[in-house]
Design a protein around this ligand. Structure first.
Ligand code: NDP
Length: 485
């Protein structure tokens, strides 16, 4: 790898690395073996202030550029990312523990797509013309100002880019705080944006735990905050933003249903369940962790799943044949182990997995529970690990009610050969994204986000532009200005 895991500085402000060793140490742990691969420092109040000041100073000139000029810089950054995909993927693997087989296609590549998509759109962000009799109104779609992004640890590069690309395309500047668990990748995005021509201060990164995130939200210079994280954090961030009536986007957790009807293509349904539960070792917000399987196909589904699970390769995450990595941290593995114990205590049948392979690192074997019922903890709470729960059902009406019987509403999937039923289900499922005969595909062209407690606002697609900009109405009178006296 060309990149050292120890960055030049902990933070990235106004176009270069910055450091303040007075901040608390933040060790970066490689989840594959528990070793420390870098030590960063949490942002001090001075660092937070410098980052916000840089973003504030850069914003007017950035917004004043033509959209195509901003777009050109984003497109250049995408090209650099693609050229360095392997090195960036290795860094992502070291930061998160996700196998290189995944990161080579899903992380830096997804960031590049976001920059390409929003870079392309930047010149097309326009207002409308609204006739009002002889007068008219035109709208200007304006930047919000200084924006804040706060990320989770499961997709550090993708999350940073999914926020930065549309925000910057709209003429905003950003201060991004990665999760303290995975602080390395966003720094590379910042470095590459500078190399691509982004003026100093347009995209800044500060490190630290939730307290640093909280400082950013409360600062009067910040117009908007976009969080990817859990529901409990979402509540705090939403409440803090509300104190100042700041605009928010909340990409939060889920407990999504994946529904397999008797008439489904068996192998496709099993593939969907594997992708929707074990990719990234189950650490994906949109996972279909409640797998509802209709009674007529249940035994065949479980048998085929057991056969396909023999294809799991746990091991060296830098070996491209490995398809399951460790959990991101010792803490996250403990949480998953707690859910595994709870599942067994409450009477679910552990069909396979759940063991802890020997050796250093935060490993756990992907697990499947069958005979899970709606009341069990593993069917209600987000686990954020490789634990699939298989639940039985008989009818469409029944499964729809049970699938929607959750406070979450991020995603949902349906496997059936009856397309009318597929569309009927997609319309009735309470979720921001539904998949028919596939699972977990999130192309940048399509809006992504949640309903109910899974979130507010949307990332990706044109919808993201609407969430990172504001329309201003300009009324133009063509006649005399009338008044009552
Ligand atoms: P957390 O909610 O623990 O943290 C998310 C981010 O918020 C971190 O950077 C965290 O800092 C920061 N944070 C914590 N408290 C505050 C606060 N009071 N004010 C401001 N920022 C704060 O989530 P995880 O990192 O554990 O990620 C897993 C969660 O993220 C899951 O629930 C998952 O579903 C969700 N997620 C949602 C996605 C979506 O698009 N809907 C995608 C990916 C994940 P730190 O951790 O450094 O202390």
């Amino acid at each position: 790898m060309t990149y050292a895991t120890q960055p030049e500085g902990s933070h990235y402000i106004a176009g270069s690395y910055a450091e303040d060793t007075a901040g608390t140490d933040l060790p970066v742990i490689f989840p594959g073996d528990g070793s420390t691969i870098a030590t960063l420092h949490e942002a001090t109040p001075d660092i937070v202030d410098r980052a916000l000041a840089a973003a504030k100073a850069a914003q007017p000139a950035w917004a004043a550029l033509r959209g195509v000029e901003r777009g050109r810089i984003l497109l250049r950054a995408a090209q650099i990312i693609r050229e360095r995909n392997r090195d960036l993927s290795i860094l992502e693997t070291m930061d998160t523990g996700k196998p290189l087989q995944e990161t080579l296609v899903a992380d830096a590549a997804s960031a590049a797509e976001a920059l390409e998509y929003f870079g392309g759109l930047a010149g097309a962000i326009t207002g409308e013309h609204i006739p009002v009799g002889e007068d008219f109104v035109y709208t200007r779609r304006e930047a919000l100002g200084v924006t804040v992004g706060i990320g989770a640890w499961n997709y550090p590069t993708q999350i940073a880019a999914w926020k930065a690309a549309p925000s910057l395309a709209c003429g905003n500047t950003m201060v991004f705080k990665p999760s303290e668990t995975t602080p390395l990748c966003a720094l590379k995005l910042a470095e590459i944006l500078t190399e691509a021509g982004a003026p100093p201060g347009v995209f800044n990164v500060v490190q630290g735990a939730g307290t640093v995130g909280a400082q950013l939200i409360e600062d009067g210079r910040v117009a908007k905050v976009s969080l990817t994280g859990s529901v409990p954090t979402g509540k705090k961030v939403y409440a803090a933003a509300a104190q100042h009536i700041k605009s928010v986007t909340m990409e939060l957790g889920g407990k999504s249903p994946l529904i397999v009807f008797d008439d489904a293509d068996l192998d496709d349904a099993v593939s969907g369940a594997i992708n929707g539960n074990f990719y990234s070792t189950g650490q994906i917000c949109s996972n279909g962790t409640r797998v509802f399987v209709q009674s007529g196909i249940k035994e065949r589904f479980l048998e085929r799943l057991a056969e396909r699970m023999k294809g799991i390769r746990i091991g060296d995450v830098l070996d491209e044949a490995t398809n399951i990595g460790p959990m991101v941290s010792a803490r996250q593995r403990e949480i998953v182990q707690g859910f595994l114990a709870k599942g067994q205590e409450e009477g679910a049948r552990l069909v396979t997995g759940g063991g802890v392979p020997e050796g250093a690192g935060f490993w756990i074997e992907p697990a499947v529970f069958a005979d899970v019922t709606d009341e069990m903890t593993i069917a209600r709470e987000e686990i954020f690990g490789p634990v699939m729960s298989v639940l039985d059902f008989e009818t469409e009406v029944e499964v729809l009610e049970r699938a929607n019987g959750t406070d979450y509403g991020l995603s949902a999937g349906v496997f059936t050969r009856d397309l009318a039923r597929g569309h009927r289900m997609a319309a009735a499922l309470q979720a921001g994204t539904c998949w028919i005969n596939t699972y977990n595909l999130t192309p940048v062209e399509a809006p992504f986000g949640g309903v109910k407690m899974s979130g507010v606002g949307r990332e990706n697609g044109w919808a993201a532009i609407e969430h990172w900009s504001a329309p201003k109405s300009v009324y133009v009178a063509t006649g005399p200005c009338e008044a009552p006296f």
